[in-house]
Design a protein around this ligand. Structure first.
Ligand SMILES: NC(=O)c1ccc[n+]([C@@H]2O[C@H](COP(=O)([O-])OP(=O)(O)OC[C@H]3O[C@@H](n4cnc5c(N)ncnc54)[C@H](OP(=O)(O)O)[C@@H]3O)[C@@H](O)[C@H]2O)c1
Length: 338
C-alpha cells in the first residue's frame, strides 16, 4: 500500500513554493522510542510522505537523519523532494545558529526547509518532566527577546542554512507586537488544531497575513504525554457527531479529522508509528472529500478543548496556564509591549 507522492494535493506558501498538504509528526510523546519513530519515518518515505515535522527537543533527530541518509543513498527520494521542518528549542534562543547547525548535522539534511521558533519564550523544561515541574528561570514573553531570536533565524536564511521561517504557539496579541518587525516574513505558524479546538480567530488572522497554519495534534493526540492530560479534556474522535460522519464514510474518525483539516486549509501533521495508520492518514488526502454539510457540522464541534496547556513553561508570579495564551487580549506580564 502506498500513495503516489505526486498525487498528494499541494499548498502554495506566500513565497510561491508548493509543499504537500499533509506532513508526518515525529514527537514520540515520551511513549515511543527514537527507534520506533525513525522506523516510522523510513516507512512513511516509502509509502509517499514528503514532509516531516521534527524538533531538537523530540530527542530523535540523529536517528531520523540516518533514515534520511539511507533514503537518499538508496535513491528512494532526493533531498530536494523532502520538506524538512524543525524547531529551535527554548534553551537555545540566544544560540540559534548553533542549534540549527546541530539539527542540520543530526538530520543530515544540509539545510532546513522551515525552521520554527518552537515556543515564543526561552522557558526550558527537561524532557519527560511532570506537570508540576517549574523552572525558576522562566520568563514571560518579551518583544525584544523574541525579535532577537527571530533576527538570528533571518541571518540563517541569508546564509542558506534555513529556507523559510516559522513561528509556533503564538497568539494574536503576541503577533500584533511583532508582525511589522519581520525583515523576512514567516511562511507558517504551528498551532494546536483539531475538531474540538479550531482556534478560528487565530486561524483567520494567520490566513489574512499570508502565514500558512500548520495544525499539530490533528487527531486530538490520544497518546500525548501524561503532563498534557486533564480529566476535563475531550477526546475529539469520540464525539458522537464526529463518529457518525466517520461511520457514514466507513473510516476511522482520524481520517475525517484529516480530511476536515486539509479542506479547511491547514496542514495537518499526524503522528503514528503504525504503518496502517500513517498510510491511511496520507491516503485521506486523495480519497473522497467531506461534503459542505459535513464540513459545516464539524465547524459546530468547537469546544475550546486546548490540550497543550503549557503549565511547565510558567514563570514565577504567573497565575496559571491561561496566562500563556493571552485570552483577555493582552500579553500577561510582558515587560516591553507597545
Ligand atoms: N509545535 C508544537 O509545539 C507541537 C506540539 C505538539 C505536537 N507537535 C507536532 O505535531 C505532531 C502530531 O501531534 P501528536 O503526535 O501529539 O498528535 P496526533 O497526531 O493528533 O495523534 C497521534 C496519535 O493518534 C493515533 N493515530 C494516528 N493515526 C491514526 C489513525 N489513522 N487511526 C487511529 N489512530 C491514529 C496514534 O495513537 P495510537 O498509537 O494509539 O494508534 C498516534 O499516537 C507531533 O508528532 C509533532 O510533530 C508540535
Amino acid at each position: 500500500m502506498s500513495v503516489d507522492a505526486s498525487k498528494v494535493p499541494q499548498i502554495t506558501l506566500s513565497t510561491g513554493q508548493k509543499i504537500p498538504c499533509i506532513g508526518m509528526g515525529t514527537f514520540g510523546s515520551d511513549r515511543f522510542t527514537a527507534e520506533e519513530v525513525s522506523n516510522a519515518v523510513a516507512g512513511a518515505i516509502r509509502i509517499g510522505y514528503r514532509m516531516f515535522d521534527c524538533a531538537s527537543c523530540y530527542g530523535n533527530e540523529d536517528q531520523i537523519g540516518e533514515v534520511f541518509t539511507n533514503a537518499f543513498n538508496e535513491g528512494a527520494v532526493k533531498r530536494e523532494e523532502l520538506f524538512i521542518m524543525t524547531k529551535v528549542w527554548n534553551d537555545m534562543h540566544r544560540k540559534v545558529e548553533e542549534a540549527a547547525k546541530k539539527s542540520i548535522a543530526d538530520l543530515k539534511c544540509d539545510y532546513i526547509d522551515l525552521y520554527f521558533i518552537h515556543w515564543p519564550f526561552p522557558n526550558y523544561h527537561a524532557p519527560g518532566c511532570d506537570v508540576d515541574s517549574r523552572n525558576p528561570d522562566s520568563k514571560p514573553f518579551s518583544v525584544a527577546e523574541f525579535m532577537d531570536t527571530y533576527r538570528q533565524i533571518e541571518a540563517l536564511v541569508d546564509k542558506g542554512l534555513v529556507k523559510n521561517i516559522g513561528i509556533s504557539n503564538m497568539t494574536i496579541p503576541k503577533l500584533e507586537q511583532v508582525i511589522d518587525q519581520f525583515r523576512i516574513k514567516p511562511v507558517a505558524c504551528e498551532l494546536e488544531l483539531h475538531p474540538c479546538f479550531q482556534q478560528q480567530e487565530l486561524f483567520d488572522y494567520l490566513v489574512a497575513h499570508n502565514i500558512q497554519p500548520i495544525g499539530f495534534m490533528p487527531l486530538g493526540s490520544p497518546q500525548r504525554p501524561e503532563r498534557d492530560m486533564l480529566a476535563e479534556d475531550i477526546a475529539d474522535m469520540q464525539v458522537p457527531e464526529f463518529k457518525a460522519i466517520a461511520e457514514a464514510h466507513g473510516v476511522h474518525p482520524a481520517i475525517i479529522a484529516l480530511k476536515w483539516a486539509v479542506q479547511r486549509g491547514q496542514i495537518p501533521i499526524p503522528f503514528s508509528i503504525h504503518e496502517m495508520e500513517y498510510t491511511s492518514n496520507l491516503e485521506s488526502t486523495v480519497t473522497e472529500p467531506l461534503t459542505d454539510e459535513e464540513m459545516a457540522k464539524i465547524a459546530t464541534l468547537e469546544k475550546n478543548n486546548r490540550l497543550v496547556k503549557g503549565q511547565v513553561f510558567l514563570w514565577p508570579g504567573a497565575t496559571d496556564w491561561h496566562d500563556l495564551w493571552d485570552e483577555n487580549g493582552t500579553i500577561t506580564d510582558c515587560p516591553d509591549a507597545k
